[in-house]
Design a protein around this ligand. Structure first.
Ligand SMILES: [Zn+2]
Length: 352
């Protein structure tokens, strides 16, 4: 690196040293940096000490030149340093190697939004003494429908809604809900039961903004002596407030399911508009969270549980839909489509 002569001998004397930097080795570079720019003994620092001997105009000119020379030294030191660092990494690289090429970004993994919602729900119910239960995704018609008190002609059993894997009596199908795991839990041993059941379920549904042929579901089941509807309301209200916010308003609406009686839908105050109405809640101020109810005595009897002695409740929800509400995802296909642009944003990373 070269620098034009300044006409000031105390600066010009340094110019050959500036040019010599390009040939220094690592150790020499370190020593020379201190010798020129050092705050106490540096040659340039020393030259600047003559500043007060100039007239005000001269002082301005000399100061500016000295500063530019200092910048030139700093640039030369940095350039030589980079050159030396590169030469140790790439010995005798030859041509064809572009050291200015940007590096590859590291791939950072993160939990899928639906998995995050499932994990949170499971954590809340674990605090209440529930354990996780899972079961197969291919089930018999009996466990998926019959044992759950679906009448034999229920429309859900239609081929248009259910994906069957085999023909004939008690066909094998892809489970349409996680409820057959409730039956499996109850058949495996005597009450009490307190389980949460996450898993994938399958429906013969179109792939559109609010439907998917495969999606996640999570259910809960509590059966013991003396469990009433008040336990259902208290537990699920607690859950909704733990999941959203402690002051979240909830409401139970009467509903119908074959496997519970009475049945209800639990709505929570819209988390976006807080009840005043917005497009996300279709201007109702409420969002559907889950379906629930007292387990039908016939379901208990099908599992060999004494329905006179034991009672309990169950609930089920779609964590995909809950994740849509929580992360403001307008289309369910985005959740199950594996689009990295969405997943990166939800993981707190820059979009691609
Ligand atoms: Zn709203």
């Amino acid at each position: 690196m070269s620098f034009p002569a300044t006409g000031y001998p105390q600066l010009d004397v340094l110019l050959p040293r500036l040019e010599a930097i390009a040939a220094l080795d690592a150790k020499g570079l370190q020593g020379e940096r201190i010798a020129v720019l050092g705050r106490k003994q540096g040659a340039l620092t020393f030259a600047l000490r003559s500043l007060p001997t100039f007239t005000p105009d001269e002082r301005k000119r000399f100061g500016a030149l000295a500063n530019r020379l200092k910048e030139a030294f700093e640039a030369a030191f940095a350039a030589r340093e980079a050159e030396l660092a590169g030469s140790t990494d790439v010995p005798a690289a030859g041509g064809g190697l572009d050291l200015s090429m940007p590096g590859r970004g590291r791939w950072i993994g993160a939990l899928h939004p639906v998995t995050r919602v499932i994990d949170e729900i499971v954590a809340i119910f674990r605090e209440l003494g529930f354990v996780v239960a899972v079961g197969p995704e291919a089930e018999t018609e009996w466990l998926n429908f019959g044992a759950l008190n679906f009448p034999p002609d229920h429309p859900a059993m239609d081929m248009h809604d259910t994906l069957y894997l085999t023909e004939g009596g008690n066909r094998i199908l892809l489970r349409t809900h996680t409820s057959p795991v409730q039956i499996r839990v109850m058949q495996a041993g005597p009450p009490p039961y307190r389980v949460v059941i996450p898993g994938m379920v399958y429906r013969n549904d179109p792939w559109d903004a609010s439907h998917a042929p495969a999606f996640a579901q999570i259910e809960g089941l509590a059966i013991d002596e003396g469990i009433g509807f008040v336990d259902l309301k208290a537990t699920l209200t607690h859950f909704a407030r733990r999941f959203f916010a402690p002051d979240t308003k909830v409401r139970f609406r009467p509903s119908y399911f074959p496997f519970t009686e009475p049945s209800a839908e639990l709505d929570v105050e819209c988390q976006i508009c807080h009840g005043s109405g917005c497009p996300a809640c279709k201007h109702t101020g409420w969002m559907e969270l889950l379906g629930c109810g007292m387990v039908h005595p016939k379901v208990l009897e099908h599992c060999g549980v004494d329905a006179e002695r034991y009672t309990g409740w169950a609930f089920g929800l779609g964590p995909g839909r809950t994740a849509q509400q929580r992360f403001d995802i307008p289309d369910i296909r985005l959740e199950y489509g594996g689009d990295m642009r969405l997943l990166r944003q939800l993981a707190g990373q820059e979009p691609l």
